[in-house]
Write a protein that binds this ligand. Structure first.
Ligand code: ZN
Length: 267
């Protein structure tokens, strides 16, 4: 499946007009991005950054994003301004056996520069994971090229919300300063709060920077949901975004001029 997916990735990129982000992975592979820009005469409800394949052994997290990009290519109405990278971690996919980590053996979702990263991430890795090599956060925060791109992309694009796709917990998670509007259900995925981790995207963007993160956890890492289910998830996601992104933007406007509180600790 990895080989098949790899070929889908490379060929699909061409048909989807993915462009290199001018950033390269640790192994020098391009991080590819597709933009679905605002349409003339329609102000989008907000900017959405959609990310798949942070953990490249979660194959469904990559394929689902491709499926949704194909839907957008046909039906993009300008409701949102999208930037999409279906595979944040190309190194982990384009090897014989796909890996969670990047080519430097680092878990990208533990390496983002969250507050007190040095102490908390090492402590978490040693005490909680028992030095699990699949969850190694690296030596310094934000050290990895894939995460440098991600942090700069957040600065450049200023997303109102981030949707990040993983597997295999089969739930929808939500990290934000205010979690009252967290989605109850997206397709077959029911809400569950898995907690935030030092260096994770939910912690970095959702808690530390005040940009809510919807995490969709597919039920299996390498068995795709049915086409019907993929559509169901997409419809639910877009419907939730439509209702909630305007509220998120309004809340942010109210906070304007005030500091977004820092995360003091991670659960
Ligand atoms: Zn994951």
């Amino acid at each position: 499946m990895a080989a098949r997916l790899a070929s889908v990735y490379l060929d699909g990129c061409l048909s989807l007009e993915l462009r290199p982000a001018k950033y390269y992975s640790a192994n020098n592979l391009p991080i590819l991005v597709r933009e679905f820009p605002p349409m003339t005469n329609r102000e989008p409800l907000g900017r959405v950054l959609l990310i798949g394949g942070t953990h490249a052994d979660e194959l469904t997290s990559i394929s689902s994003v491709f499926k949704w990009m194909h839907k957008l290519r046909r039906y993009h109405t300008g409701m949102f301004h999208w930037r999409i990278t279906p595979l944040l971690n190309p190194d982990g996919l384009l090897v014989n056996k796909s890996t969670r980590t990047n080519a430097n053996g680092i878990d990208l979702n533990r390496n983002l520069p969250t507050p007190e990263w040095q102490r908390l991430s090492q402590d978490y890795w040693i005490r909680t994971t028992g030095r699990d090599p699949r969850r190694y956060p690296g030596q310094t925060p934000g050290s990895e090229p894939e995460n440098k791109w991600l942090v700069e992309e957040i600065d450049r694009f200023k997303p109102d919300i981030i949707v990040s796709v993983h597997a295999p917990h089969g739930i929808v998670d939500y990290d934000a300063l205010d979690r009252r509007s967290a989605p109850h259900r997206i397709g077959m995925l029911h809400r569950d709060f898995l907690g935030t981790y030092p260096g994770s995207l939910g912690n970095y963007a959702g808690v530390h920077r005040g940009i809510p993160v919807v995490t969709l956890e597919m039920p299996h890492a390498n068995v795709m949901p049915s086409a019907k289910e993929i559509t169901h998830m997409w419809v639910d996601l877009v419907y939730w975004l439509q209702r909630n992104v305007p509220k998120i933007k309004m809340a942010k406007t109210r906070l304007n001029g005030q500091e977004v509180p820092d995360a003091t600790a991670s659960k």
